[in-house]
Design a protein around this ligand. Structure first.
Ligand SMILES: [Zn+2]
Length: 598
């Protein structure tokens, strides 16, 4: 019958659908307690308890009943229970969050409390549009009135076409499937919206970052509104870390959008103000770095740039404030930061540096891999190569300066275009191939610029060069000044300067007596660890090397370790990495342990 009216209206009159008989809205007062509500088939499907209140209804074309909407469900009550009125019931202005379907027994309350007045009790499945979610209740409409349906008495209504969902419950867990068991990987905060690829047995299937997650539909509502989120900028040096506890994820405005569970791998994209930038289901999120631990941060069999080294030491320091400390000790000629990072809480300290010579940048890999490996074992309180890492480093800390000559390394690794003074360097070099370059960017060999009787050095060249020029005076360069001042602020018990050519250990700078005996003993121990040879004393009247200056300055051992067989005037080929690490992996811990007695 109604269908006929519809066809008639549409085909002959072209009147808007709103004038269809059952869509004409009236306002009326319900008179009567426990008013039975029926479906179209005349079966009772509920009871209305809104005696004396105004509702919206429409004439359904039946003589004895009127139509009211309980949510989206057509419900009929006897006409005798309603008295038409002119008092309007204003429609809700809220945009529905999504739809739910009730259980076949449910109650709608006046307030978000089971103690409040019951507006309607249903004995069939009804569908509702949800206006909000409050204290475990869905806000729904009952004939134009607002009512509250307990969340436990309804299920979210999804179709296969629904691709987006609103999270309506706080701490809604998300899972990953592991051996056919769902394992919790974190949670979503209320109020955010996500995309799913499909539904599976009451769960949304959410694909993200090559992983598949499962989110219970209960706790969400379908929405047609596509999530608009901004992902983080591409990760330059992606790092996989593990949360050691559940970590909160905030959006860029600082609002919590979810959590990541302990043990669920996370990619760190970058650091912003010491916080980890993560990709949280497509959205840029921020998390506290100290909640994470690393597994194996550095992939050492590659060239490590100044940018990557800088990022890694910042990641380490932010991840382990309890046993690492980062300090910028100076800047290069071109303003690149020179970093020092401390590992351990020992009051006594030793110092390692690397890449004072530009082309010898594999030495940076050696000290970074020490930081990575020793840091891992310190954290886990495990032994490494026979050393009790934590107790060793809590007696004697190691400071690493992983890249003393950032401009020079950048020049060697990336060419003249990568530095500001590229044309000057090219002129000094006489070539655009910088493979042989050892100096800083303006042609001063930093390992000839320290002051161990620098004035008595017979320099191989008096002008800027790819190697061998000691500068206009001792400590003329910001890089050597940075190390000098850093050393003067500390009482280092040993200094190891990592270089790369020749598989030898230098130790001598005119030491005598007990000092000489002590230092050569240390040098011999290191040669037996590494398989390198000791360089015999050379009795040079002056030196510009950092280790010789250290011996002068501190009267403590200062050793230069050359890690590779001589390969000519060029960087060490990466194929040597494995053996170099094998030869040097204990040196840091050994030197720390050796220094404990001083
Ligand atoms: Zn060198």
């Amino acid at each position: 019958m109604r269908r006929l009216i519809l066809l008639f209206t549409m085909s002959l009159c072209f009147l808007p659908l709103t004038v269809m008989a059952d869509d004409v809205l009236f306002y009326g007062q319900v008179l009567g307690e426990e008013v039975p509500a029926f479906n179209e088939a005349d079966e009772q499907i509920g009871t209305l308890n809104i005696n004396g209140r105004n509702v919206t209804y429409s004439d359904n074309g039946l003589n004895d009943r009127v139509l009211i909407h309980i949510g989206n469900t057509n419900t009929y009550i006897d006409r005798q229970f309603i008295q038409q009125s002119t008092q309007e019931v204003p429609p809700s202005s809220k945009v529905p969050l999504g739809s739910v379907k009730s259980l076949n027994t449910f109650t709608i309350f006046e307030k978000t409390s089971k103690e409040s007045t019951v507006l309607f009790t249903g004995t069939d499945e009804f569908s509702f549009e949800v206006l909000s979610v409050l204290n475990g209740y869905y806000e729904v409409e009952v004939a134009g009135l607002i009512g509250f349906l307990p969340v436990s008495q309804a299920k979210p209504l999804f179709t296969d076409e629904d691709l987006y969902f609103n999270v309506i419950q706080d701490s809604l867990p998300y899972y990953e499937m592991k051996n056919n068991v769902l394992v919790k990987r974190g949670s979503f905060s209320k109020g955010t919206r996500y995309s799913r690829v499909k539904e599976s047995a009451g769960y949304h299937v959410v694909k993200f970052d090559t992983r598949t997650f499962y989110v219970p539909e209960q706790g969400t509502l379908a929405t047609k509104v596509k999530p608009v989120v901004k992902g983080p900028a591409k990760a330059k040096f992606p790092i996989k870390v593990l949360p050691e506890k559940e970590v909160d994820v905030l959006n860029v405005n600082g609002d919590k959008i979810g959590t990541i569970s302990r043990g669920s791998f996370v990619d760190i994209y970058s650091l912003v103000k010491g916080k980890a930038v993560v990709n949280f289901f497509g959205q840029e999120g921020r998390a506290d770095m100290s909640a994470f631990v690393h597994t194996n941060l550095l992939s050492p069999k590659k060239n490590v740039s100044h940018a990557e080294m800088s990022y890694l030491v910042q990641v380490f320091a932010a991840m382990y404030p309890e046993f690492m400390k980062l300090e910028q000790i100076g800047k290069s000629v071109e303003g690149r930061p020179i970093y020092a990072i401390r590992l351990g809480n020992g009051k006594k300290e030793v110092l390692f540096d690397a890449s004072l010579h530009a082309r010898e940048h594999m030495s940076t890999n050696v000290v970074m891999e020490m930081l990575d490996t020793y840091g891992f074992h310190y954290l886990n309180k495990t032994k490494y190569a026979g050393f009790n890492v934590r107790s060793s480093l809590d007696a004697v800390s190691i400071w690493f300066v992983p890249m003393m000559n950032p401009d020079g390394v950048t020049l060697v690794q990336s060419g003249a275009k990568a530095v500001k003074n590229g044309s000057l360097a090219t002129r000094i070099n006489g070539s655009s191939n910088f493979a042989r370059w050892k100096a800083n960017v303006r042609g001063v060999d930093l390992n000839d610029n320290f002051d161990a009787n620098w004035n008595k050095v017979k320099s191989s060249t008096k002008k800027p060069a790819f190697q061998g020029y000691g500068g206009p005076r001792a400590f003329s360069e910001p890089e050597s000044v940075a190390l000098r001042d850093f050393v003067r602020r500390h009482s280092f018990k040993t200094y190891i300067s990592y270089h790369s050519s020749g598989q030898v250990v230098y130790w001598f700078q005119w030491q005598k007596g007990a000092q000489a005996a002590r230092d050569i003993t240390l040098a011999r121990r290191i040669t037996s660890l590494t398989g390198y040879s000791i360089v015999p004393p050379m009795y040079l009247p002056g030196s510009g090397s950092s280790a010789d200056w250290f011996i002068h300055e501190k009267k403590m051992p200062g050793l230069t370790i050359e890690i590779s067989p001589y390969v000519g005037n060029r960087p060490i080929p990466l194929k040597y990495w494995d053996r170099i690490w094998k030869q040097n992996h204990k040196v840091g811990l050994f030197v720390a342990q050796d220094a404990a007695k001083r």
